[in-house]
Design a protein around this ligand. Structure first.
Ligand SMILES: [Zn+2]
Length: 223
């Protein structure tokens, strides 16, 4: 993910179900979100550290303790060979069966999903999944890490959806994770309601009964 909080908006309810089932989850956050926030009284050079701590606290709410930061600057992320390599390195270290990443394609229905950093993060992650992480000859400086093929990829924030996950049972933990990003929420009281509208619409689109809440993904085979 490009920024601290992206994974919590898109996938924290799903991830809580996975960790409950005993699945190990690692986060890889590309920037420190140091262009984020709303309070001009917080010194800008402190934002990155604050947001790392917020992401670690949010991760804890959904059972994730392995949180890795790549430390790229927020707001000007580009698909470079260095970024592809750094994500491929994490994939080779963690050796995941499944990766959740952002969409490299702009969502023309919901603009916040398509922050330019998200598009770059999604493209770089998919390049890392195929071919970089599995190609033993990609990146000489990764030669000491065995190649790894990610079998399945889940994309969040894409217009097309082929998987809805009912997150009603883990909703409170998703919201707690979002509230952990306190530096990003000038009006935290309205957060739960805003998220209910969005995730309730997902559930309705999936044909779930009224009152259910769902996260939405594009899932595809990357083996
Ligand atoms: Zn973001």
């Amino acid at each position: 993910m490009a920024h601290p909080d992206d994974v919590d908006f898109g996938a924290a309810g799903t991830i809580a179900q996975w960790t409950d089932a005993g699945i190990e989850v690692s986060y890889c956050i590309i920037t420190d979100g140091d262009a984020g926030g709303f309070d001009p009284n917080v010194p800008r050079d402190e934002i990155g550290g604050i947001r790392r701590e917020e992401q670690r606290a949010a991760a804890k709410q959904v059972g994730v303790s392995d949180v890795r930061f790549l430390g790229y600057p927020d707001g000007r992320l580009a698909v470079t060979f260095e970024l592809r390599r750094d994500i491929a390195r994490v994939i080779r270290e963690v050796r995941p069966q499944r990766v959740i990443c952002q969409s490299p394609q702009r969502n023309m229905l919901r603009i916040p999903a398509s922050h330019p950093d998200h598009l770059a993060a999604g493209e770089a992650a998919l390049c890392a999944i195929y071919p970089d992480a599995r190609n033993p000859f990609a990146y000489a400086d990764l030669a000491d890490l065995p190649p790894w093929t990610v079998a399945e990829t889940w994309v969040q924030g894409y217009e097309k959806i082929n998987r809805y996950v009912d997150v009603t049972e883990t909703w409170d933990r998703k919201i707690a994770a979002l509230h952990a990003h306190a530096s990003q929420h000038p009006e935290p009281d309205g957060l739960d309601e805003r998220m209910r509208v969005w995730n309730g619409a997902n559930a309705a689109a999936a044909g779930m009964p009224a009152g259910r809440l769902a996260e939405a993904f594009w899932v595809f085979d990357t083996a």
